[in-house]
Design a protein around this ligand. Structure first.
Ligand code: NAD
Length: 475
């Protein structure tokens, strides 16, 4: 029911051979799903040599040929969606419905890049002298390394594989060791669709050792990382040492500004659905709720009702509404945030503790009467905890919303067009949802500002991230 794990290097699946490795755990019951092999330094060198060879081959293919193979990979993923979603739920914990949605969106991302690769246009700038041409071309950056986390184990790898392959790059991806089966299934779709050996390589290992090894290599020309701010800063330094291009998709602490002119119940329903998706382990999860005083009490009450109604359980069970956290680190983090909130005099409206003594479950939690300096209001929670606090004026809430070093996602709800425009402009964030929580689609740019990183995935920006601009002056 799970899947056969392995490394995929130079067109070959590798497993066993006395490689070091680790167990993959189902977070709903803490049982071992499978043993995951780690890549040795020699495996990584082989992957790099394969990627160099793969790049020479892949860049020569036309964007149409590349697109056809990628489109086939997307179709294969759709055919296999039910199986892949089950693998994903078992290793990551999210409910099966969310896993299915993730897999289908993953297929859309691959298809979108397959199409967009055909439109990596350059431009002609008028020459100063008659008969001359000034050409601006886009070329693939070269061999790419990508590092992806455990919270969206097919979608995040696909954003990187899709952009890189569409642009004509080859790739070594190190997916999360905690959710390797989803990445294995995804890579299988590309192989079965006809991606040649060496173009796409999949490795696992000790993350710091793999990134250090690969980023020291001259042949690697770009890194794309999704994960936490401290790791992103460390990898950005390594990339800078080798003057490598970098895309950094890091964490956030998304403010949600609810103005007094909305229907508080309807807004609370939408906001709670967004908050508890994937048990809050989403980088654009709404995490700091500021509600204008006239609607604060009603919003808080309805949001807490939503939280209490959520049924926790194994994500494969049909009536489960929220699964476990993905690993025990998140449980410790949640307990720590709640303890700190209590110490700051906060009120726990509902939840606040572990649920069940088997599996990494934590209750959907709502906290209020909490100061802006508590950990919950300053550190990315990455879990099912929602602090909800009141505010009075537009100026005050903008100042509070923008005070953190993060800037990935922000949300606002209002029935006034004037307020909608003003808050959209005022929030310091790479993405802003106004009366909407849908800020991540294949065709739109996804990325942060400030400590939340730089560069984009998705949209034309996501393809450009894998191309260099070359200027040719032709007399
Ligand atoms: P972590 O910082 O240990 O790891 C985050 C991710 O980076 C993991 O996938 C990990 O394998 C990888 N990683 C860690 N060190 C690395 C290195 N030196 N080189 C390459 N990859 C490396 O944190 P964690 O416990 O897995 O997750 C906790 C925090 O990470 C969360 O609180 C959240 O802030 C952040 N996170 C963000 C995202 C996101 O989508 N932006 C996803 C997962 C985790």
């Amino acid at each position: 029911m799970y899947t056969q794990l392995g490394l995929y290097i130079d067109g070959e699946w590798l497993n066993g051979d006395n490689r070091a490795g680790e167990d993959v755990i189902n977070p709903a019951n803490e049982k071992v799903l499978a043993r995951l092999p780690h890549a040795s330094p020699a495996d990584l060198d082989r992957a790099l040599a394969a990627a160099v060879k793969g790049f020479a081959l892949w860049r020569e293919k036309s964007a149409y040929e590349r697109g056809r193979i990628m489109k086939k990979a997307a179709d294969l993923l759709r055919e296999r969606a039910e199986h892949v979603a089950r693998v994903l739920t078992q290793e990551q914990g999210k409910v099966l419905g969310e896993a299915r949605m993730e897999v289908l969106t993953t297929a859309d991302i691959i298809e979108w890049y397959a199409e967009e690769g055909k439109r990596a246009y350059g431009r002609i700038v008028p020459g100063r002298i008659k008969g001359t041409r000034q050409l601006v071309l886009q070329e693939p950056v070269g061999v790419v390394t990508a590092f992806t986390p455990w919270n969206f184990p097919t979608l995040t790898p696909a954003r990187k594989i899709g952009g890189a392959l569409a642009a004509g790059c080859s790739l070594i991806i190190k997916a999360s060791e905690e959710t390797p089966g989803s990445a294995v299934e995804l890579v299988r779709c590309f192989i079965d669709a006809g991606v040649p050996a060496g173009v796409l390589n999949l490795v696992f290992g000790v993350p710091a050792q793999v990134s250090e090894h690969l980023l020291r290599k001259e042949e690697v020309r770009k890194i794309s990382f999704t994960g936490s701010v401290p790791v992103g800063k460390h990898l950005a330094k390594l990339a800078a040492d080798g003057m490598k291009r970098a895309t950094m998709e890091l964490g956030g602490h998304s403010p949600v500004v609810v103005f007094g002119d909305v229907d508080p119940e309807k807004t609370a329903d939408v906001a709670a659905a967004g908050k508890f998706r994937n048990a809050g382990q989403v980088c654009i999860s709404p995490t700091r709720f500021f509600v204008q005083e006239p609607v604060y009490s009603r919003f808080l009450a309805r949001f807490a009702e939503n939280a209490k109604a959520i049924k926790l359980g194994d994500g494969l069970e049909p009536d489960t509404k929220m699964g476990p956290l993905a690993n025990p680190r998140r449980l410790d983090a949640m307990e720590n945030l709640v303890a700190d909130a209590r110490a700051h005099g906060a009120k726990i409206v509902t939840g606040g503790k572990r649920h069940s003594n088997q599996g990494f479950f934590f209750e959907p939690t709502v906290v209020t009467d909490i100061g802006d300096d508590a950990k919950l209001m300053t550190l990315e929670p990455f879990g099912p905890i929602a602090p909800i606090v009141p505010f009075k004026s537009f100026e005050e809430v903008v100042e509070r919303a923008n005070r953190l070093p993060y800037g990935l996602a922000a949300y606002a709800f209002t029935s006034s067009t004037q307020t909608a425009t003003a808050i959209g402009d005022a929030l310091q964030s790479g993405m802003v949802g106004v009366n909407s929580m849908a800020i991540s689609t294949p065709e739109t740019p996804f990325g942060g500002v400030k400590d939340s990183g730089y560069g984009h995935e998705g949209g034309i920006e996501g393809l450009e991230a894998y191309t260099n601009k070359k200027f040719i002056s032709q007399a």
